[in-house]
Design a protein around this ligand. Structure first.
Ligand SMILES: [Zn+2]
Length: 280
């Protein structure tokens, strides 16, 4: 089993290495995964948080002049802030999605990429997929030689992805993205958090089934008890007495995201995360 210890590079395949950042937590699992793709010419996917020891470990896993690109799956604070320090050490080109900049992120890509673009190293190619839902600017990268998908925060190991409407998350779009990824022919998923997923379709099916079930549970609850607030739905569905406070907050974002989707389908009525929601 490859190592998930922060700072210890592990080889996942002939072309892919992983370094885990030292930022474990309820939303990050063992820490953010930074991937190095290629040997002679390296693309670093998601440098993670701006932590010197982590950036040193990334640079140490390659010869620094071989790091040619820093590719961002999205610009959330656990994935992107290490970019400046890594670029300073390697002079790599920053490659990311240009639109929908995150309000907390000041990174300006050297090259803007999007759906259908490819990034070519001497021994590999990465195909770019625009995969919104978790974040509007989210990209997944497909390593053509191995049919491995770098999923960022779209699919994770050991937990479900957070869809937060107040940060650009959109549940309906997220589910469409999952359905699209499900149709791809893939050998493995390399997620932004947790270990490699060896059965891509089974994991994506699990994600889709979970989201469908939550949506149905929330709709039933609103029909039975509405008008009802997000907090009451969280208490009922997630059992708030069993969850740490930060996860209760995230459960509220998920419930709100489902309510927004149900509203677009004409099934519920309500305005925001603090409002009471009723059946339409
Ligand atoms: Zn994220």
């Amino acid at each position: 089993m490859p190592d998930l210890t922060p700072g210890v590079p592990s080889a996942l395949s002939p072309l892919v290495r992983r370094v885990v950042a030292p930022n474990p937590g309820p939303f990050t699992g063992p820490g953010t995964n930074t991937y190095l793709v290629g040997i002679d010419e390296v693309a670093v996917i998601d440098p993670g948080p701006d932590v010197k020891s982590h950036i040193d470990a990334i640079v140490g896993a390659s010869m620094k002049e071989r790091v040619r690109w820093v590719v961002l799956t999205h610009t959330h604070p656990d994935h992107a802030p290490g970019t400046a320090r890594l670029v300073k050490a390697t002079r790599a080109e920053v490659v990311a999605f240009g639109k929908h900049r995150d309000k907390d992120c000041d990174i300006v890509p050297d090259r803007v990429i999007g759906e259908g673009d490819t990034l070519e190293g001497s021994e590999w190619g990465l195909e770019v997929l625009h995969t919104p839902g978790h974040a509007p600017n989210h990209l997944c990268l497909l390593l053509e030689e191995e049919r491995v998908l770098f999923t960022g925060d779209t699919v994770l190991d050991g937990m479900y992805s957070v869809v937060n409407p107040s940060r650009g998350g959109d549940m309906a779009v997220y589910v469409q993205t999952l359905e699209r990824l499900r149709r791809l022919r893939l050998t493995r998923l390399c997620p932004g958090h947790g270990d490699v997923i060896e059965e891509p379709r089974a994991r994506i099916d699990e994600y889709l089934a979970h989201r469908k079930q939550r949506g149905q549970q929330i709709l039933r609850l609103v029909r039975k008890r509405g008008p009802v607030k997000v907090k009451e739905i969280v208490d009922t569905l997630y059992g708030s007495d069993r969850l740490p406070p930060e996860l209760i907050e995230a459960a509220g974002w998920q419930v709100h995201a489902h309510l927004v989707e149900l509203k677009a389908e004409g099934k519920v009525a309500g305005t925001n995360a603090r409002a009471a929601w009723s059946a339409a």
